[in-house]
Design a protein around this ligand. Sequence first.
Ligand code: SAM
Length: 277
Amino acid sequence: LAVNPAQICDRTINLTPEQQHYLHRVLRLNQGDKFIAMDGRGHWWLAVLEAQETGLIASITEEIAVNRELGVEVTLMAALPKGNGFDEVVRQATELGVASIVPVTSDRTLLKPSAQKVDRWKRITAEAAEQSERQFVPTILEPISFDLAVKDCGQKYRYICVARGDNRHLWDCLISLEPPQPPLVRGEQELEPPQPPLVRGEQEFDPAFVGAVPPCPPPGGELSIVIAIGPEGGWTDGEVKRAIEFGFEPVSLGSRILRAVTAPIVALSLVGAAFEK
Ligand code: SAM
C-alpha cells in the first residue's frame, strides 16, 4: 500500500478512509493481518492492521530491505500524444523503472495538458509503482516546452529518438556508456561510495523512521540519462537541430517506425536490458 510519510506518526500509519476501504473491502484484510506499506521514497515496511473505534489503523512492525530500482536514473522526455494515450505511457514507463517523466509540448503537439491530466498521471505513477513493487514513485514534472526541457538536463547523457535517418541505435549508445565507478578498495577493506541523499521530490523523508534497515537508494547512482520521444508527427528538423546543440545525440530505435506511445516503451525496455542489476 502506498502511503504518504505525513500519515505516519510513532510507527503508526493513519489510514485514509479510501485506504481502509481498499485493505478491508477489496483485499479482505482484517485486524491482525499484515501488509506491506511503501512511501515511494525508498522505504518498505511490514505493517499489521488494528481496529480502533474510529476505524482501522496500521502499526509498523519492521522495515524491509529491498531494491528493485534500475542501475541508471532515466528521465523520459515525451511529447504528448493525442487523447489519453499518455496515460498508458506513464503507467508502462513506471513499470519499466523510469525515474522521472517530463511531458513536453513541441512544434507538432496540439494542446497543453490540463492540471487535472497531470494529477491523473501522478496517480497513475503511484498505482503503477505499487503494482510493480518499486521502491520509488517516479516524478511527473509540470509540462514544459521542448526548448526549455532540452536546455535543462543537468549532467545527464542525452538522446533524442528520431524515426528516420541512419543514426546510431540507442542500444549501441547505452552499452558503450561508462559504468559508475566501483567503490575504492584499500587493502582488504572496501570503502563505501558516498550515500545518495534520502530526499526525493519536494517532501523530506522523516528521519524518525530511519531504522536498522537503510532505505533503498534512488535509481541510478552515478549514471543519469534522458531520452526524448517525439509526437505522432515526429520532431521537426529545427527541434532535432536545437536538441543536438544542447548535447543530445540523435538515435534510432530500429528500422520500423513506432507509434509515439510505443517508442518510449521500446526505449525504456532497452535501458532495462542494459542496466538491470
Ligand atoms: N512520421 C514521424 C516521423 O517521421 O518522424 C513518425 C513519428 S513517430 C510516430 C513518434 C516518435 O517516436 C518519433 O518522433 C520518435 O521520437 C519515436 N520513434 C518512432 N519510431 C522510431 C524509430 N524507429 N527510431 C527512433 N525513434 C522512433
